[in-house]
Design a protein around this ligand. Structure first.
Ligand code: NAP
Length: 337
């Protein structure tokens, strides 16, 4: 009889959350049955559900007590909450998960520690990220990453952090990768020479499912690869130059190219920070880490994650789909920053 794994997911209406939910709901028959519960904000109780299939619990993310009771039967808690409040809300979720993990009900059922899955960004513990982080930018994510390590060491929780760098389909469609498809303009960061890796949102969803499979149905080596780890995943590796070449080839048009240095963007980011313009500052800091090729967003070892189990799209297909997406009016409009 398949083993039932209770999964609770927070942030399912968001950018990665909806894809993670879709991937979990289509998990193929195996020795595991995934039973999915979705957390929603109490303030959203009146809104119609996106998907009637998963069981929904309405919670107040700022109330540890309401969260703990929602998590008592949970084996895996997946948080994909909005980036801005996430370090704070994930902190409360984590405390509630630890509380639920050690609950009498759970111990009576002989369950191991609850597993907390989160992340979905570049490697915030990479030296290049640590070197530029401050209290407002990356600092809260770094503190949260270190807290996960400490809590796992104490044994109250297990964790896997999905380190995936940019959602390439999303950043291409949003124009954040330097390509403006409608205007046929391109910004080449550092001459477009530096390598980085990226993932589509579908791929990230599949990676989360694979992490769950490894925890509960993996070989010893597979369990070790995700147990209390920052799991690097990558679908494709690319340079800005390759993106531009593909964009021009696919659209059949030449793009006007502007050369940009990530050090200049970083310097502008620091000036924005001094003026208190946080969104602009984040742009400068993240551009540096995303496009300088130093390693916070160049996760080459992630290219081997889940090989043979998770399908990878080619860079060409990802750019083709982004061009189609933009031409059709992007589904990402109104989502994210
Ligand atoms: N790597 C990349 O390129 C990339 C790009 C974008 C985002 N991300 C990451 O993906 C994660 C989520 O992305 P996002 O920041 O753009 O958020 P988002 O996906 O737009 O929102 C996530 C969800 O958080 C929930 N939520 C709970 N409390 C909230 C609150 N106080 N304010 C707003 N939303 C709240 C909402 O779900 P409910 O309505 O269901 O409660 C919302 O749909 C973050 O970790 C972010 O860093 C990565």
């Amino acid at each position: 009889m398949p083993r039932i794994i209770n999964i609770t997911l927070a942030g399912t209406t968001g950018i990665p959350g909806r894809n993670i939910l879709a991937a979990l709901l289509t998990y193929p028959p195996s020795s595991l049955t995934l039973s999915i519960t979705v957390l929603k904000r109490t303030s959203d109780a009146a809104k119609p559900s996106d998907d009637p299939r998963p069981h929904t619990i309405y919670v107040d993310y700022t109330s540890p007590a309401s969260l703990t009771s929602a998590l008592t039967s949970t084996d895996v808690l997946i948080s994909a909450l909005h980036a801005e409040p996430a370090p704070y809300l994930d902190g409360i979720l984590l405390s509630a998960a630890i509380e639920a993990s050690g609950s009498v009900v759970r111990k009576a059922r002989n369950k191991g520690p609850l597993i907390f899955i989160s992340g979905y960004t570049l490697d915030v513990l990479h030296p290049s990220a640590l070197a530029i982080a401050n209290e407002q930018i990356l600092g809260p994510k770094i503190d949260f990453a270190r807290r996960l390590e400490r809590e796992a060491e104490k044994g109250g929780i297990g964790y896997s952090t999905v380190v995936c760098a940019g959602f390439l389909d999303y950043i291409l469609a949003k124009g954040y990768a330097g390509l403006d498809f409608p205007e046929k303009k391109a910004r080449l960061f550092n001459k477009g020479e530096k390598g980085c890796t990226g993932c589509t949102l579908d791929f990230v969803g599949q990676c989360v499912v694979e992490i769950v499979r490894r925890w509960f149905d993996g070989s010893e080596e597979e369990v070790e690869s995700v147990r209390n780890r920052r799991v690097r995943v990558a679908e494709v590796r690319y340079t800005g130059h390759e993106l531009l070449e593909l964009a021009q080839d696919i659209t059949g048009e030449r793009f006007d190219v502007e050369q940009v240095s990530t050090d200049e963007l970083f310097a502008q980011g620091k000036e924005s920070l001094e003026r208190g313009e946080i969104d602009a500052a984040i742009g400068g800091f993240i551009s540096k880490l995303a496009w300088d090729g130093e390693g916070a967003a160049n996760l080459e070892q992630g290219l081997a994650f889940g090989l043979g189990r998770i399908e990878r799209k080619s860079l060409r297909l990802i750019v083709e789909e982004a061009v189609e997406e933009v031409n059709a009016g992007s589904k990402f409009k109104g989502l994210g920053r």
